[in-house]
Design a protein around this ligand. Sequence first.
Ligand code: GLY
Length: 392
Amino acid sequence: MQSQHRTTADVTTADVVVVGAGVIGAAIAWRCAQRRIAVVTVDPDPTRGAWHTAAGMLAPVTELQYTETPLLHLNLDSLRRWPAFAAELAAELGADERAVGLRRTGTVLVAWDAADLAALRDLHAFGQRFDIASILIGGRDLRGLEPALAAGLPGGLHAPDDHQVDPRLLRDALARAGRRRGVRHVTAEVTRVRTTGDRVEGVDLADGTTLAAPVVVLAAGAWSGTLAGPPPGAVPAVRPVKGQTLRLRLPGTPVLNHVVRGRVKGNPIYLVPRADGRIVVGASTEEAGFDRSARAGAVYELLRDAQSLLPELGEAELAEISTGLRPGSPDNAPLVGASGALGGLVVATGHYRNGVLLTPVTADGVAALLADGALPDVLHPFAPDRFERIPA
Ligand code: GLY
């Protein structure tokens, strides 16, 4: 690769164009730049990405179904990468892991009733098969870990290694580290992927300019399926799945020590305490196309269920309502790797509910593919053309 950007009046030339500068795109750009690949990221508004709404829980088990074993292995692989990934990113910025968003709080899964407690016992047994640390606790221990929770909860499961990352700090850190390594960013809408024969040759932008490169990485989250240019089948369907989160602020000392997750009368809810004292409450799951408006019913349900677990929240300031679009693939598992249908097109999208958790393995994997020609084995089940290969 040429390892330098070149710019004329209308054309910027690089080794790789990354479409999408959210946490996935920014992490890929940073990892590639570390390997002396000349990268340009392009995005009309990175803050519209799912990362800006996300709570950033590193939850390898609790965001999937028990049967999703390849995805579980990928989640666990990426969870293991997180400490070194954060440390390396922090070191490049002369900061510590908290400054790039990693917060080692662990997670407490709260049972609302006896049925929930039985489900948490099953989850505990499942996690033990994969050496996932978790401890079943009764009501008294639950109150010891989280004294502010509602009285009378029967117990839960303590997952001491399921930490959290503030995606806003993370995205900012990745963009800064990328810039230091020479990543260039262009704020613009991509109108089409340019192709010649069966290969990409860059992207055209709405302002009439072109980013020319032999490799285009598609990391545009929920918008990844909307790009013109690639032939049919080159980019698998990605659908937007709306999620709403709230940011609440309580005066005084922090009331939660851990990420708290639970079900209130069957409705899933999470409360994620940030270092700045805010609590992120989430999240709705809505199939509503590209609509990003805040829905009153979702806000009501989140506040109702969060307050049932943590009564003090009734006094909190409602600091922010945020709505984002998760990128969902046909099987809700990520799409990472070379497109089988268009040379030079690399796909890194479809992370659905696990974008922050899967950022290290995705960025490391794509950088390895571009620099060394191969993805790590753990990513092989997530090839973007896997749906075309299923026999009829
Ligand atoms: N990972 C949490 C969510 O998607 O709501």
